[in-house]
Design a protein around this ligand. Structure first.
Ligand code: C5P
Length: 410
């Protein structure tokens, strides 16, 4: 997503300037061409040479420095960029820009550019909470400048509170957000992820190898594309995909069933990426099962509700997407599930293939739709696979919008 993007990184005089080096490296790793501009104060925290070496581009510090072709430096760069990021952004830079002061390279470039500008503020908690800084932030937001809220924690000045520059990962996520077409705005997407745990006794359970990564990738990408996302997940060891995705954690299939049923009416799209257990132990014992003298133990199982099948029965204008994790006869099984569960799409993957399925960051899938079309997706990261699945969902949303009879009540 950031490949060949021209990004101007404005660095101002805060202690978090050392973290901006990491931000630059992450942007470059993703293929962006980064041009660093620094204020005088920023150079007291970190040298231009560090940024120059890592970006491979000259670092601009002086207002009257001209680029090679003798164009006015700030105007030339501001024109050719795709995005400007100010990290860290001090109270001083926010105040200057909010009040139209352009007296150094960074402020001048912000005024001169028409591309989106993202601020990642970093300062003492009292400064951040002061009425004046907050007024400036509000004023800048009203002019459509983008902001990364500072994080809470230990601050360099010794106090604790809100004021740390947002994590680099979150800044990158926000930058990718800015570059993403918001084609799911107005849609509420319910996504399930992970395994379910079906208890046997107080210490044992039956589960499967799902880690939740595919569902989490879908949640992150759907949110990035503008959807309101609710994530219902079985137990997992992943970090939350984004702070702005509400997450409901459930244990077993029946809990997942109830959580999904509670959200179904409020959403337009359901993507069931969870590996829901088909069966559960019939009786959950109150005491731990002890070792048997004869060495064998028979566990009676009963069927869990098929959540997706139930949704297929009661769907109105919803778009339903299921997953089929198979070990043989991939297409045959996927087609049966697509029809039986009345799905709009099914994502089929052969979990015996290397790099596909459970516990890995990649997947190789086939996407089947209700019109008989099949798309084969090669081995890609789960984030990329998520985007391709969502591309298909967006096409279906557009088709449903077109076909819906007037008046277009939900
Ligand atoms: O029938 P099968 O379990 O293979 O179907 C897989 C699809 O159905 C997945 O999308 C899964 O999330 C969903 N499913 C469900 N309830 C179950 C079992 C599977 O919703 N009890």
């Amino acid at each position: 997503m950031l490949k060949n993007k021209e990004i101007i990184l404005g660095v101002t005089g805060g202690i978090a300037a050392y973290k901006t080096v990491e931000l630059l490296r992450e942007l470059s790793k993703r293929g962006a061409n980064v041009h660093v501009v620094m204020t005088q104060n920023a150079q007291r925290f970190i040298t231009p040479l560090t940024f120059q070496t890592l970006s491979g581009n000259p670092v601009l510090c002086d207002m009257f420095q001209l680029l090679e072709d003798s164009k006015i430096g700030h105007v030339a760069l501001a024109d050719s960029a795709d995005l400007m990021v100010i990290a860290p952004a001090t109270a001083n830079i926010l105040g200057k820009i909010a009040n139209g002061i352009a007296d150094d390279f960074v402020t001048t470039m912000v005024m001169a550019t028409k591309v989106p500008v993202l601020f990642a503020p970093s300062m003492n908690v009292n400064m951040w909470e002061s009425d004046i800084v907050q007024r400036n932030v509000e004023r800048l937001k009203a002019h459509r400048y983008e902001f990364m809220d500072p994080a809470e924690g230990d601050l360099a000045c010794g106090s604790v509170g809100k004021g740390r520059m947002a994590d680099i990962e979150e800044i990158i996520e926000k930058i990718e957000d800015i570059f993403t077409t918001k084609d799911l705005t107005g849609q509420h997407v319910l996504i399930t992820a992970g395994p379910t745990l079906e208890p046997i006794d107080p210490v044992r359970y039956i589960t499967n190898r799902s880690t939740g990564r595919m569902g989490f990738a879908l949640a992150k990408m759907a949110r990035r594309r503008g959807a309101e996302v609710t994530l219902i997940t079985g137990p997992h060891y992943l970090s939350v995909p984004r702070r702005d995705i509400p997450q409901i954690v459930v244990n077993d299939a029946r809990e997942m069933h109830d959580a999904v049923a509670g959200c179904f009416d409020d959403c337009q799209i359901v993507i069931m990426a969870a590996a829901v257990a088909d069966f559960r132990p019939q009786d959950v014992l109150e005491e731990k099962i002890t070792k048997r003298k004869n060495g064998s133990y028979c566990l009676e199982m009963e069927k869990n509700p098929d959540i997706l099948k139930e949704l297929g029965e009661k769907k109105r204008n919803h778009i339903l997407v299921g997953f089929a994790a198979e070990t043989s006869e991939l297409m045959e099984h996927a087609e049966v599930k697509l029809q039986e569960k009345k799905l709009d799409l099914i994502v089929a993957n052969d979990v015996t293939q290397p790099g596909a399925g459970f516990g890995v960051d990649t997947n190789r899938v086939k996407i089947l739709d209700a019109f008989g079309k099949v798309r084969t997706v090669p081995l890609l990261s789960k984030d990329e696979v998520a985007h391709i699945i969502l591309d298909h969902v967006v096409k279906l949303v557009k088709k449903k919008e077109k076909d819906r009879p007037w008046p277009r009540n939900w």
